[in-house]
Design a protein around this ligand. Structure first.
Ligand code: NAP
Length: 251
């Protein structure tokens, strides 16, 4: 790639699960990848190592999407790699199953700060770099929503579902706001995907328990979500913006 223009992709939560699969796939498509994590430095470095072993470029940055200074540092690291052309707002959290009448404010603030504020802050930084209005050359943003936004997550995580509903509105609004500035903004809404997020919600067996009951008889894989994310960022999706693509096996 030396001597050629190498676009930079920022992938939040790129160290594990769907973000890891997206990072690896974007690197294969020629992006230099700036990926973030918050706690598991080893997994983040393993993704960087996997990319560099294949001749790609990547950097891992400890950056909590809910902390503005961390987000600024993440994009400064991306700037050092080259020209930011893509953002995947992937970092997201769930919490243990609870009814709304049991939820404390600390849980709610953590959920909304990470899943909503974090995505909007990262998009702000991406737009400041990519928009033709700011002297940029355009680019793409993909937000990770969830089918939970339309299922609601009753008895389990209505707060998480509501945060993804916000992501759906944000995707549509931002897409329309920057459509004339060279930036496309889309969302993907996964169903049940086999990652560690379920364990972090106190249900490590969720995929095994619910997978067989899905319309396709199984949960999805991280790579099966990464592929449409990468497609949405590609020139093949040049007229696709403001879209929300279910990647849920008809869930
Ligand atoms: P995951 O396996 O739990 O991985 C989460 C990633 O996000 C990790 O890299 C983690 O880093 C990072 N992260 C967590 N909190 C962060 C923060 N505050 N700032 C920056 N990074 C943070 O999750 P996943 O299943 O791949 O999910 C990825 C996205 O898809 C999420 O937005 C999720 O809501 C959405 N989604 C997932 C499913 C599913 O079934 N898996 C379904 C629908 C939607 P550390 O390792 O350092 O903690």
């Amino acid at each position: 790639m030396s001597g050629e223009f190498t676009p930079v992709a920022v992938v939040t939560g790129g160290s594990r699960g769907i973000g890891r699969a997206v990072s690896l796939m974007l690197a294969e498509r020629g992006y230099a990848v700036c990926l973030s994590y918050v706690s598991d430095a080893g997994s983040a470095q393993a993704v960087v190592d996997a990319i560099t072993a294949k001749g790609g470029r990547a950097v891992a940055v400890r950056s909590d999407v809910g902390i503005e200074a961390d987000v600024l540092a993440l994009f400064e690291a991306a700037d050092r790699l080259g020209t930011v052309k893509a953002l995947v707002n992937n970092a997201g959290i769930v919490d243990v199953a609870a009814r709304v009448d049991e939820m404390g404010v600390a849980r709610l603030q953590r959920m909304m700060t990470t899943n909503i504020v974090g995505s909007i802050l990262c998009a702000r930084e991406a737009v400041r770099r990519m928009s033709t209005r700011h002297g940029g050359t355009g680019g793409g943003i993909v937000n990770l929503s969830s089918v939970a936004a339309r299922l609601g997550g009753p008895g389990q995580y209505v707060d998480y579902a509501a945060s993804k509903g916000a992501i759906d509105s944000f995707t549509l609004g931002l897409a329309r706001e920057v459509a004339g500035e060279g930036i496309r903004v889309n969302a993907v809404s996964p169903g049940i995907i086999d990652t560690e997020i379920h364990a972090s919600g106190g249900e490590p067996d969720r995929v095994a328990r619910l997978g067989p009951g899905q319309p396709m008889g199984r949960a999805g894989t991280a790579a099966e979500v990464a592929a449409p994310v990468v497609w949405l960022l590609s020139d093949e999706a040049a007229y696709v913006t403001g879209a929300n693509l279910d990647v849920s096996g008809a869930r």
